[in-house]
Design a protein around this ligand. Structure first.
Ligand SMILES: [Zn+2]
Length: 278
């Protein structure tokens, strides 16, 4: 078992919410509670605990409570997971984590610069003991025992700039920082009117997403030839942070997304016979 951690000093992020389109300031504050707590200073300092039962998926992962919501959690949660930050107060004056450049890298840089302080409390590790499969239409996640934490992700898009991409990676801090955190989110120009009609992607721009038209990438170059599948792994790591544990097992995703990622999280939490704490 490894120790939980917090940050050594406060960090401020200022930026736009990709879905709300609103400017937001996010202050990260050290905490010894052993939990991730959000504090909405625009809602009388209402506090929300990160709880997998209160997460909804709708183009992003959203914490929904009676008092309010926090959306676009996934990139930030992936960074907390991989840098070992389990204990933190996130104070924000809006309902969305800033999208920064569409990747997780600016969060990684700022948290590493602030430094990470180990806490007394130990972090548990979920070790997968038996295989299982979660399916949703033509999407699938299969989970099998392994000696390591590994993600294999396969995406298939009917678009000449993406097509089929597969990547299998051992998920650890070093691989995350170099191979996954810089991969940006992406979107299709043709989907923008429908998303905006639902109040989504209002802050999406060429500065915070890879944007594709019918045939090509509008705002290249890419950071990796397979940046799209790398970003899907980033999203999956972020959603797996909800397990509040390290992971020992191999997660294989095929055409998945936040909704299926969350189903895998709930399956694990609801079916303890498939795993053990180590
Ligand atoms: Zn994403």
């Amino acid at each position: 078992m490894i120790q939980k951690g917090t940050i050594k000093k406060e960090v401020l992020f200022s930026g736009i919410g990709v879905h709300s389109g609103k400017q937001v300031e996010l202050w990260l504050k050290p905490s010894s509670s052993g939990e991730i707590i959000f504090r909405r200073i625009d809602l009388d300092n209402s506090e929300f605990h990160l709880d997998p039962k209160k997460i909804e998926a709708k183009n992003c992962s959203i914490l929904v409570t009676k008092k309010g919501r926090i959306q676009t959690l996934e990139h930030f949660m992936a960074v907390l997971f991989m840098l070992g930050v389990d204990s933190l107060i996130l104070e924000l004056n809006g309902e969305e984590i800033p999208i920064v450049d569409g990747s997780a890298f600016p969060f990684v840089e700022a948290i590493l610069k602030a430094g990470i302080k180990p806490l007394q409390e130990k972090k548990k590790s979920i070790k997968i003991l038996k295989p299982f499969i979660i399916q949703e239409e033509d999407a699938l996640i299969s989970v099998v025992p392994d000696s390591d934490f590994r993600i294999t992700y396969l995406i298939e898009y009917d678009h000449p700039a993406i097509e089929s991409q597969e990547l299998s990676l051992s998920i650890n801090k070093e691989n995350f920082i170099k191979q996954i955190a810089p991969a940006r989110t992406f979107g299709f120009l043709k989907d923008v009117p429908a998303l905006r009609a639902q109040g989504l992607a209002l802050g999406g721009s060429l500065e915070n997403a890879i944007v594709l038209d019918e045939r090509s990438i509008i705002n290249g170059p890419l950071r990796f030839p397979d940046e799209f599948v790398r970003h899907k792994i980033l999203d999956f790591i972020g959603d797996l942070f909800l397990l509040n544990s390290s992971i020992i097992g191999h997660f294989k995703a095929h055409r998945a997304g936040h909704s299926l990622h969350l189903k895998a999280v709930h399956f694990i939490l609801d079916n303890p016979e498939y795993w053990t704490y180590e």
